[in-house]
Design a protein around this ligand. Structure first.
Ligand code: TYM
Length: 328
């Protein structure tokens, strides 16, 4: 049995990228493992958030977790800010981090470059908080999309640094990447990651998009003039992205997809990609609507926080004792 931990920020409407890169793998690995899935609302506030929206999105994300297949009996679902050890160990991890290594994070560089002179310090110290999330549960595997690789590397470095300085307290976690869909690209600029925060909403499929919108967006997705469905990330980024999406949602290899569309044009291919995406998202959307209204959702999250807190506080105590950060 392995310990699995992952988290998603409640900072916007979730995308097909979040689903294929992360969410769908959460439910795949839950059986037979000890799993913790967190709504990382403290990470969301590293950039300004509207309080009412943040509150609503926190609950909504928990409902999405369950709607997309997480079983609260098997997995522990909880909200980060309800387990204070995340921020507490986050501070300890910040003290172990070097400014240089934090400044080298590509996500920091991307986000900071848009903020002129007012870069929130929390954007820089985001990775040590993420390390704390993972290390508190003595995690073995972290299912995430490709864009989190660097954050996983620094988590491993911080765990090793702590263990070297103060003794073996933390398990060194490993990244868990799925097969396809680990990096879903923008439908309009397919060399760029599909993102919750893209201003161009036609570039992104949101988990809660209507079938009509999904069809429209995929129909308008950027491709090329070859009219030949084959996979080549470099030369055909648009079509390759759609092949990868179809492979992921229908559990086929790229070759199977290429064979099925040999001699057929992009029109028929795009229609099938849209239908396949809709077939996966529609049942999730229905379950989500029911869950959001259901009082069980808060019970599940209350129980989740209590369970997460029990494990997190055990690890935290070990860490502070190892460091001499205690009196009696
Ligand atoms: P976040 O909220 O940006 O994204 C949540 C998950 O979705 C994945 N993802 C994608 N996968 C494939 N294609 C895409 N276009 C795409 N966009 C997003 C992300 O890789 C991620 O797995 N730092 C994390 C949140 C976090 C966390 C943690 C994750 C905080 N603490 C501890 C794991 C463990 C983040 O910003 O994810």
């Amino acid at each position: 049995m392995s310990v699995i931990f992952s988290g998603i920020q409640p900072s916007g409407n979730l995308t097909l990228g979040n689903y294929l890169g992360a969410l769908r793998n959460f439910s795949k690995v839950q059986e037979g493992n000890e799993c913790y899935y967190c709504v990382v609302n403290q990470h969301a506030i590293t950039v300004p958030q509207d309080p009412k929206l943040l509150h609503e999105r926190t609950r909504a994300l928990a409902a999405i977790y369950i709607a997309s297949g997480l079983d609260p009996e098997q997995s522990t679902l909880f909200v980060q800010s309800e387990v204070p050890e995340h921020a507490m160990l986050g501070w300890i991890m910040t003290t172990l981090s070097y400014v240089g290594e934090l400044e080298r994070m590509t996500q920091y560089k991307d986000k900071a470059s848009k903020r002129g002179d007012s870069i929130p310090a929390g954007l820089l110290t985001y990775p040590p908080l993420m390390a704390a999330d993972i290390l508190l549960y003595q995690t073995n595997f972290v299912p995430v999309g490709d864009d989190q690789k660097q954050h996983l590397e620094i988590t491993r470095d911080l765990a090793q640094r702590f263990n070297r300085l103060y003794g073996d307290v933390f398990t060194i976690p490993e990244i868990y990447l799925g097969q396809d869909g680990t990096r879903v690209m923008s439908l309009q600029e397919p060399t760029k990651k599909m993102s919750k925060s893209d201003d161009n909403t036609t570039a992104t499929i949101y988990l809660l998009d209507t079938p009509k919108d999904i069809e429209k967006k995929i129909k308008r997705a950027q491709t090329d003039s070859e009219n030949s469905v084959h996979y080549d990330r470099e030369k055909k980024p648009g079509i390759s992205n759609l092949i990868e999406i179809l492979s992921a949602v229908t559990d086929q290899t790229h070759e199977q997809v290429e064979q099925a569309y040999a001699g057929k044009g992009y029109g028929a291919f795009k229609k099938d990609v849209a239908d396949a995406v809709i077939a996966v998202l529609e049942p999730i959307q229905q379950r989500y609507e029911e869950l959001l209204k259901h009082p069980d959702l808060d019970d599940i999250l209350d129980k989740g926080s209590a369970k997460a807190h029990a494990k997190a506080s055990e690890t935290y105590e070990k860490a502070v004792h190892a460091m001499g950060l205690y009196r009696k």
